[in-house]
Design a protein around this ligand. Structure first.
Ligand SMILES: [Zn+2]
Length: 174
């Protein structure tokens, strides 16, 4: 799904665009971080002198994986960000220090903000994504701790275990 904003003929005072961001919005992206989405993007694009400002608000919920129990977790999204669209005759592929500036070739008539909005959502999520204390799935937690214990008990396959076998063989021969 694209989030296309026309760049020609925008008025001063701003023009509003509204998109609902559901699972079809995620189709272009890997589901590693965000597994589901139910949000709304309200964009206001306004022609300023030689550039365009896009005021971008996203409100809703993202479905992510809990870092502790690995079960589904709903995280609220609340983004309020101003983006600047500038034009350049020969735009270079320079990574801008400020990520909220988009530079396009002069004459470009529209911009697709899907990637930008996806990035804003990802950055807005907290580093630690966990259920509130006590609300993790008990079944999932006990399964995870069983798996961790099973790994601990498994015989270690180290270079030394091979050496031990060699020594045993040698001793048997003597
Ligand atoms: Zn959890």
């Amino acid at each position: 799904m694209e989030i296309v904003i026309p760049l020609h003929g925008l008025t001063r005072g701003g023009q509003e665009f509204e998109f609902s961001l559901g699972d079809d919005f995620l189709e272009r992206f890997s589901r590693d971080l965000i597994q589901g989405l139910d949000a709304r993007a309200d964009l206001v694009a306004e022609q300023k002198g030689g550039w365009i400002e896009i005021h971008c608000k996203v409100v809703g919920e993202a479905k992510v994986e809990c870092d502790r129990c690995l079960e589904e977790l709903q995280m609220p999204i609340g983004i309020d960000q101003r983006l600047t669209v500038r034009f350049d005759a020969e735009p270079e592929d320079v990574v801008n220090e400020d990520d909220n500036i988009i530079i396009l070739r002069e004459g470009t008539s529209e911009v697709d903000l899907a990637q930008t909005i996806y990035d804003l959502i990802c950055v807005s999520l907290p580093m630690q994504k966990v259920h509130p204390q006590g609300q993790c799935s008990p079944a999932a937690l006990s399964r995870l701790s069983d798996e961790a214990n099973a790994k601990k008990d498994a015989p270690a396959n180290t270079p030394f275990s091979g050496l031990k076998d060699l020594l045993k063989q040698k001793n048997n021969k003597d």
